[in-house]
Design a protein. Structure first.
Lengths: 553, 553
């Protein structure tokens, strides 16, 4: 077998060839940090293509359904912009423009011949995280060892998206193992943040986050076991939803930590409007994924729940803001965004109370212990095939040098059961804690949703995204959580504050990391968190918050 | 600490004292095998009490709601009959007649004062498997080590049943560890089968099965991780439902193998009519258990699904009969009951095809491997507190002699993940296999439900219930399954057949076990199996099968 670096070189060569050569553009210098404007000025896209790629999902679908824009036109426009995005921030893995255009042409034919759309996503280009197998394509997931493994069939979600009329557009970059909050691997390298390329796009769905922020795709599918949809959505300034376990089918996709049945990774949408999230979730759930994926929950899309029948029909909602999780104090721009959201919601006539977090540190530790019960063995066995190094840190300088596996040596099944038992007990405590807020809201109901940071910071410099509990706790509790953008870091408004009494070392480290100039222009997104399997209500409430923020501007 | 036998003696003494002494009756000799008629002839119950205890759940609820029968009358009648049942087959653990009667009196007061019932189960006595904690009572679960542990709060399901107006009546016997198909432990001893006391009532909800068969309770709650509701229901000639994971709340109950997140134990109803199953499931689901139990699925009771909207409105159903699982060939009475059911369904105008089982042996093995990943350690740690022996077999003669723990030594978390991964792959294969039957049914749909044995035999002699895959596979697949009674073993109709080509040793052992005279009068129940989270449809289809069998008689 060739050395792993030779395998990478060959794969990268093939990736380069998969890019239409006439779409290679003259790039801005590396010192240009904010590249969000570049796709529209680089000259590759014409005015109509710029218009198409600047259009939100619901309008795109309308224009596609009535034939005003063809699927080929739309796919071409997004393909071009995706390729430009890739040249700017290195966000793609598999590129298959011909296949996407052929699919789009079929859809156009169908519409012409029958006058009908294939399904609710007719003609919509969709980008996919590099886990979602497409027949005939490789899914390396950033592992050198998986180069050359071509899928024999589609992941269930890919089949459903095809049934719905979508056009799989490109696949997007991830970190090795998927278990990092940044996007870097030995095969495809690092994805950067288009708002400031010295910052991370987060991870593990960081390729999606960066691509959608550059409007190289109107909608993408990410996955989330600890924040991997929400981190990139928040850091890249877009919308994203982490659904509950089993609401979106996972079957047939590749993954790490396979067989870990306790804290499940889930797929969910990432897009530039909350409307896009609804379109995706409704289409997927109405396709009855439980007939194709044994873990998909038999729960139909419920328009009553979307209309907030369980939340007083949405008339006088009570949101709870969690300012701080009791472990790490958020940076100034995060706190400013929480204040902005509170003011906007109050202006819109809603109640806002404070959320008192309980046991977030323990929940975070338990989550990590469950993952690490056998993660080191999982990573070692996968990488040992080619001897590629296991990445031990996302820092720039010491990545490839380190070939040490993670230190955790794994535990026994009995030890794992004890951690899982502890987690179930905390889930019960948290549920009771939430229910008990009914006495404080004045609505007769418990708090309708929690609003909280997605991280204690906006997008960090590469290698510095070190604290994940703001998202991980909701995975452990299986609460659906949506990300909505609020603002961007402004060094004038978000000056560094005086030191505080640190909760502990990690709090201190995060405090010291903040430098308003370094974080400049980084988007700030927040989370809206609901109850398990309440995706419909979470989407509706996110629309309400989003509208309140827009109205308050 | 006293020797464990002293702890047992003290507990048994307290149990005896908890029985109203005037309800102790003169028992038939041990040689009387069928004791089902005894409660009505023993003289303790008057004619009205006999009438009450012979009434099915839906009629009981009507008479309770209109005040024709008071809750105290109904509770008294069932309490008496439960105590008689206990003297016959040793089916109870905790006995709390005073508490039940006090609760019943409160309900009567409420109805008198308000004219309204407390909830949909107003006044209904309900027996509970010895896992369902009730504040102030012990829950030993048959472990000597748990004697003296008094619950500080109710299990969530107990709270919900109380809200619904039920009257917790008694708690019922189980095997040590819950992981056996018979009912025997070091504290309370063995529960026998009321239809033939030389036979087992099955397990682990064998106390419930025996009690309900003797009409000592109109409805009971069992639990099922591998057949523990369905075995006792089938062996004792009653109805039972194993719901999907999370449809009925489990939180706050005691259990073995805690923290095992993969193949979950579930609670479900056991009763003497399929109507009783519907009443229970509807009441529990409508109480929104997901607001009290973080693992309870947010899925409302769906009357459309009950009316079989996903099954052509029930007009031309297609059932598939699994005659044999490819591992162990069922005994003659089981095959006769399948033939009776097929004929009855065809007579009622439904289609019946054959079910081709796939990978049942592997599914059974995987299920066992997941349980045994840490079961030995779990049992050892629990029993080591008092040194009570771990029961190594349910045979009569060598139980207490054996103090060896199970031989399985436990595996690592990584090994467990690999078994769990294999199981998920088989779940997908099985789902696809079921969906593919759409080409054979002629209804345009896949098979609507599978009908199959609950075991390869009717109730066996004690110590002989050795093969569980007929139920275990549906736990591994998380398919809901209901038990309905069909017939009883008749030595003339069910003569021993000539030997067949054995699948393997266990098949041979089961074949050799059959002796029509030994199994005489044992009830035969079958399973109706549906799709995950399709409880409503499974209940309706069981009603249809039940009615077809009644009409064919």
């Amino acid at each position: 077998m060739p050395h792993w670096t030779a395998l990478v070189a060959e794969k990268k060569q093939r990736q380069l060839k998969s890019i239409p050569q006439e779409w290679l553009v003259t790039l801005p210098p590396d010192s240009t940090l904010d590249v969000t404007g570049f796709p529209e000025t680089c000259g590759l896209l014409n005015a109509r293509e710029i218009e198409i790629t600047n259009t939100s999902v619901d309008i795109l679908l309308e224009k596609l359904a009535c034939g005003e824009w063809t699927a080929v036109d739309v796919t071409t426009a997004f393909s071009k912009r995706a390729i430009v995005a890739h040249q700017l921030v290195n966000c793609l893995t598999e590129i298959f423009v011909d296949r996407a255009l052929a699919r789009a042409a079929e859809l156009d034919d169908h519409l012409k011949k029958t006058g009908k759309v294939v399904g609710p996503l007719h003609g919509l280009p969709i980008s996919l995280k590099d886990q979602l197998c497409i027949k005939g394509l490789e899914t390396t997931m950033g592992y050198v060892s998986w180069i050359g493994q071509y899928a024999e069939k589609n992941a269930v979600l890919v089949d459903i998206l095809l049934e719905c009329g979508a056009v799989p557009l490109v696949r997007t970059n991830i970190p090795q193992t998927l278990m990092w909050g940044e996007t870097f691997n030995n095969v495809f390298g690092r994805t950067t943040n288009p708002h400031n390329r010295s910052l991370t796009s987060s991870g593990s769905s960081g390729g999606e986050g960066a691509l959608i922020a550059l409007k190289g795709s109107p909608l993408g599918v990410g996955s989330d076991i600890g924040g991997s949809i929400r981190g990139p959505s928040a850091f890249c300034g877009i919308y994203g939803l982490r659904p509950s376990y089993g609401r979106v089918p996972y079957c047939g996709a590749r993954n790490s930590l396979e067989g870990q049945d306790s804290i499940l990774s889930v797929f969910g949408p990432m897009t530039d409007s909350v409307g896009g999230i609804k379109v995706f979730m409704k289409a997927v759930v109405e396709a009855k994924p439980w007939l194709k994926d044994p873990l998909a929950v038999r729960k139909k899309w419920n328009e009553d729940e979307y209309n907030l029948t369980d939340h007083g029909s949405g008339k006088d909602l009570c949101f709870a803001i969690m300012w701080d999780d009791g472990v790490v104090v958020p940076h100034p721009p995060i706190r400013r965004s929480l204040k902005m959201t509170k003011a906007a919601l109050q202006k819109a006539g809603h109640k806002v109370v404070d959320w008192k977090p309980i046991k977030h540190r323990l929940l975070g530790e338990v989550t990590r212990d469950i993952w690490n019960a056998a993660s080191a063995e999982d990573f070692m066995i996968t990488t040992s095939v080619t001897g590629e190094p296991i990445i031990a840190t996302m820092e720039l300088d010491d990545v490839v040098a380190s070939s040490l596996p993670q230190k955790s040596g794994g535990i026994t099944a009995y030890q794992l059961w004890q951690v899982q038992k502890l987690r179930q007990n905390i889930r019960k405590e948290y549920l009771d804690h939430w229910e008990a807020t009914a006495s404080e809201t004045g609505t007769g109901r418990p708090v309708d949703a929690i609003i909280c940071p997605a991280a204690p910071y906006a997008a960090t410099p590469h290698g510095k995204n070190c604290y994940g509990y703001y998202t991980m706790v909701w995975n452990a509790l299986d609460y659906p959580a949506a990300i909505f953008p609020v603002t961007t870091v402004d060094p004038i408004l978000d000056g560094k504050e005086l030191t505080h009494d640190f909760y502990d070392e990690i709090d201190k480290k995060v405090y010291e990391m903040y430098d308003p100039e370094k974080f400049k222009n980084a988007p700030v997104g927040l989370q809206l968190v609901g109850r398990t399997l309440e995706e419909e209500a979470v989407i509706r409430m996110t629309e309400i918050v989003d509208a309140a923020l827009a109205a308050a501007k």
